[in-house]
Design a protein around this ligand. Structure first.
Ligand SMILES: NC(=O)c1ccc[n+]([C@@H]2O[C@H](COP(=O)([O-])OP(=O)(O)OC[C@H]3O[C@@H](n4cnc5c(N)ncnc54)[C@H](OP(=O)(O)O)[C@@H]3O)[C@@H](O)[C@H]2O)c1
Length: 332
């Protein structure tokens, strides 16, 4: 028997245009249309969720809104041949929690083509510790591998290293045998980053060059950048010959102050990483890695579990850059 209502984190726009949010009980029929109804066991908190929960117009298309770009749970009703009640499933990205209601709720209703069967080798909770952040980290690391960056090529640097994407990138690269330099603005977390596989930890200022030199001293074989702005530009200018940088984030800015010289004199490679619209086959490939050869045994070392009632204060912390690791959100 399905309940008539469900708890969710509900974001609204008031008459005078202000954004407000609260944990609410809403009628089940308010869920958007879709093939598959899922009882959510866990969701997660990503930077994009933090922005969505504050009604960011670049992410949220209409109000009221329920954030949560990730969800993991059990199918309770399905109009699709691909899924039946009782199936354990996950969904990360697409329009979930952005263009339509997402996983910060006891139930989510989704199109079947967005849903991935629970990858063998991971629990539902573990998929949410990974979440979009870890999926993005895996895509970034796979990009470096595909661009020919090998452990023997030289050091690889990861920015925003205590954040969700950053820390899982550090762990994956270390697991694959790379020498990883973590960049972090949190001196009190440097030992934690070393315990998770970083060979070296440096401050943000070391990868934020303000000079107008088009090329800097070659330093990195590869880089996973989550920060953007001048940090990304500095990394591109500091790559070894034929090195590669992946770019997924914008916490440090959206401009890219750069010349063409790193590309035409050093053969620098810049690969953009987009997780929300990652094609389904590529998605399965990434989850197969994350649940198989690239499985991280110490995921529990990263996670803090929060309830829907604790989301708002955790978002405030995240927006001040004070969180570290991953948060899973428990809707019940
Ligand atoms: N393209 C995609 O598909 C995709 C997918 C997932 C995430 N993202 C993006 O990737 C970025 C990271 O996401 P996340 O979920 O990992 O966020 P997060 O957990 O909040 O981590 C961001 C980290 O960046 C560092 N940081 C924060 N403010 C900074 C600033 N002003 N300058 C330099 N570093 C700063 C902090 O690490 P330290 O204190 O250790 O330096 C922080 O922990 C976000 O921009 C997000 O939107 C994109």
């Amino acid at each position: 028997m399905l309940p008539e209502s469900f708890r969710c984190f509900h974001v609204r726009k008031t008459g005078n245009g202000l954004i407000e949010s609260s944990v609410e009980s809403r009628p089940l029929h308010e869920l958007p249309p879709g093939d598959v109804l899922i009882r959510v066991q866990a969701s997660s908190l990503n930077y994009k969720d933090a922005l969505a929960s504050q009604g960011n117009p670049g992410i949220v298309c209409s109000f009221p809104h329920v954030p949560g770009i990730d969800s993991a749970g059990t199918v309770v009703a399905s109009e699709s041949d691909r899924f039946k009640p009782g199936d354990a499933v996950i969904c990360t990205g697409y329009e979930q929690g952005a263009g339509r209601w997402g996983g910060w709720a006891e139930f989510v209703r989704l199109p079947a083509e967005w849903i991935v069967p629970l990858p063998h080798g991971l629990t539902l909770d573990e998929t949410m510790i990974v979440g979009t952040a870890g999926f993005t980290a895996a895509q970034s690391v796979l990009s470096l591998v595909e661009h020919g960056i090998k452990p023997e090529s030289g050091p690889v640097v990861v920015t925003g290293a205590t954040g969700g994407v950053g820390v899982i990138s550090v762990m994956l690269l270390a697991k694959l045998g790379y020498q990883v330099t973590a960049v972090s603005g949190k001196p009190d977390q440097h030992d934690w980053l070393r315990s998770l596989g970083a060979s070296d930890v440096i401050g943000r200022e070391e990868v934020n060059d303000d000079s107008d030199r088009p090329l800097l001293k070659s330093r990195w074989a590869g880089a996973v950048d989550t920060v953007g702005g001048n940090t990304l530009a500095t990394l591109i200018r500091s790559l070894n010959h034929r090195g590669c940088v992946t770019a997924c984030g914008l916490v440090g800015g959206t401009d890219l102050p750069l010349t063409v010289f790193p590309f035409i004199l050093r053969g620098a490679k810049l690969d953009g990483i987009d997780s929300a619209q990652c094609p389904y086959d590529r998605r399965l490939q990434i989850w197969n890695l994350l649940s198989g050869d690239w499985k991280l045994d110490n995921l529990q070392d990263l996670v803090t579990e929060i309830s829907l009632d604790e989301v708002k204060s955790t978002v405030d912390q995240m927006m001040q850059g004070k969180t570290h690791g991953r948060h899973i959100v428990r809707p019940t």
